[in-house]
Structures are given as C-alpha cells and as structure tokens.
Design a protein around this ligand. Sequence first.
Ligand code: ATP
Ligand code: MG
Length: 419
Amino acid sequence: MVSKRQQLSLITGIDIGSTGIRVAVGQYNQEDSVEASIKIIATGEVSSEGIVKGSITSIEDAVSAISCALEEVDRLVGVPIENAWVGISGTQILSKDNRGVIAVAKSDGEIGYEDVSRVLESTQNIASPLNYEVLHVLPRAFTVDGQTGIRDPIGMTGLRLEVDAQMIYGATPHMKNITKAIYRTGIEIDDLVLGIVATADAVLTQKQKDIGVVIVDIGGSTTTIAAYEDGTLIHTAVIPIGSNHITNDIALGLQTSIDIAERVKLAHGSCAQRRYTVKDGINLIDFGGEDQAVRKKFLAEIISARVVELLEKIDQELAAVQRQALLPAGIIFTGGGAKLDGIVEITKKVLQMNAGYGYIRGIQSATDKINDLAFTGAIALVRWGAVMQQAQQKKFSFFIPGSKKALTQMRNVFKFLIP
Ligand SMILES: Nc1ncnc2c1ncn2[C@@H]1O[C@H](COP(=O)(O)OP(=O)(O)OP(=O)(O)O)[C@@H](O)[C@H]1O
Ligand SMILES: [Mg+2]
C-alpha cells in the first residue's frame, strides 16, 4: 500500500489492445536516474471490450473494461489512480518528415534547452494532414549554421538551428475517442503516446538502435513494427495480421470453435514443424471439443503458414525502406503473440535475419509481469512517463504543445461528461 504522499510519485501506463487492456503502475524516485528509479508495483489486466484493431468501436464498453482494469490496480496500490500515460496504436497513425528552423536566442549564440524546444515546435508550422493531429515530434538530426548530422546541439554555438524531424500524427477522431473513454473512467491523461515508440525505448539498447534493428509487436488483431537505424526511427507500420488470425486458421483447419482453437494454440501452438513426428498428437476432447485426434505436426503446419505470411509482410515493409535483411541487430519480438513457440527460429530461417525477444530492460519490479511479453506495452508506458517527467523537470522535452493543448481543451469538455 502506498500513502497519499507517495501517490505523487506514481506513474501509470495504460495499454489499450484489442485482446487485452493492461495497466501497469510504477513508483518513481525522482532523485535517481530514470531506470534505476522506477519500480513496477502493480499490474492489472482485463479482456478488451469495445476495441477492434486498436480503435474504439463502443465507448461504453471500452469505458467499463478500462474501469475494471483500473479497479484491479487501485486495490493493489491502495489508493485510486488519478492519471495515466495512455498508449495508442492501430492503423490510424501517419508519419511524415518535417523541417524546423529558428534563430538562436542568446546573443552569444550558445544553444540552450529552450532553443531545442522552440525548433521542435517550429516543425508544426507546416499544417498537419487533414483530420490528423501531432502526437510526437521525433528529432532525427539537428543542423547548426549548416553543419549537419548533429544529435545533441545543446551547448554548441551558432546563429541558426535547424531540425529534421519525423512527425507522428494520430487521426483526430481516434484520439478523441480514446481520450473520451479514459476521461469517462474518471482519470486524467498525462499524455497520449504512440505505443510502439515507448516499447522500443524500453526494450532496445542504444547500440541496437544505432546499428539497425526492427521491433515487432504481435498483438491479437494487428502487428506493429518500428525500424531504427543510426539511433533514429526510420519506419513504422501496422500490419493487419495478428495472433487471432492463427486462432482462426486453427479453428478452420481442425473444424472446431474459436474458443477451443485458442486453447489449443495456447497449450500446444508452435511453428516448429520439424520437432514433431507422426506419433505426436493431442485430442480436442481435452480442450472441451469432440473426440478428435490431431497431429501436432499438422497443427504446426497450419500455424507456420500464417506466421510465414506475417514474416513476408514484415519483409515487404523493410523492403519499402530498402532495409531487407540489412538491419544487423535483427528482429526483436514482443507482444502476446510473440509468445508462440518457435517464432525466433522460423524468423531466422525465413528472413535470414538475427532474431530475439524484447524484454523490458533495467526496471525493477515487484511482479513477474515484467517478463510477460504481453505486458511490455503497459510497462514501457510507465518508463516513458518517468523519462518525460524527468525531461520536464530539466525544462527540456519533446512534448508536443499541440497535443497537450488539444488534450487540455478536450479535458475541459469531457470533465462535464464524467458521471
Ligand atoms: N503463449 C502464447 N502462445 C501463442 N499465442 C499467445 C500466447 N499468449 C498469448 N497469445 C496470443 O497473443 C494475442 C494477444 O496479444 P496482445 O495481448 O499483445 O494483443 P493486444 O495488444 O490486446 O492486441 P492488438 O495489439 O492487436 O490491439 C492473442 O491472439 C493470444 O492468443
Ligand atoms: Mg498490443
């Protein structure tokens, strides 16, 4: 249990998926460095209602599901959660490159935090695509008086500061629906965050991002990828295939129900066909079905076909940015769907790339959910929140005034709607 005073140091992340809504609460000691100072103290999880492919299809259902997940953590923490960092995902995200330029403020030309904030803000002078608003401005590189390729310009001297930034936009109706659903549960939003970016920051090392890596979050209905090189995000995409497609394939292949197919997948799902002989088998009667024998080799064949299709789609995304089989740190899997047996092996074989799992790095935890790939998103949001708070204290942040302002306005509107 935490006291009222300690509540100030609580950071909550909410990951709204189409299969599950997951909440993680971290306690944060502001004196320490970010990683050393966060400890995950509670997690909550409920099945999703009213959410399809990351988008809200019924506000009412989404509100009650999110409320249930919050109640679960409230009980564990001992005080009600009041605010949270909320991850957004799904197909309603757009990204584009923009350039910003400012004159350095100080007369001696030394570049400070304020200049960097201002130049990032100036990227928004270019209008957002219609019906989209800025979610993040991710700087790729700065230019000081014509010298390009600078990662951190603070402390340098110059008259003109430029930035090449990647703009991440979210569809306005999508963002409004999520905001509305969260406010109706009675909590405040610290900020909306593109889930995969927070996840990448929490599981990848700087070295992986420098040499080239792609993070792949396999969810229920979608797979989200983000590729990094030279330390910056080079590509992000949402593929409309997730682990539920595997369940559907099993149901069709074995002529059984989705529920039984899901149970079979969780207990015996694998894409390692070679491991099984004709003797290895299961019976659907053990999973609530009819008396029907199934060869594990056949099951693995069904699953592999869909996994290979997903891997080919990932390959196409890499080809779109000319990085096919070229990212040396390989493919890093996370999300509930990544728990499928044999996924790393099949990836190495099909894509000829290095592959591994993306577990949260360097955060303490009182629960073993930190090692659950389905919880990576929620815990990564807690870490993101802590990093942002620390940056804000230093008066330096890549916070987007646009989305903050929009949030404040929405908050004022939705306050009236909270029951
Ligand atoms: N041990 C396991 N083996 C295979 N698949 C698994 C395992 N555990 C969970 N899954 C699958 O992972 C999927 C859910 O993943 P996750 O909880 O990350 O999705 P989500 O974030 O809710 O969905 P989305 O990201 O599409 O909105 C389900 O299809 C589930 O069957
Ligand atoms: Mg997810």
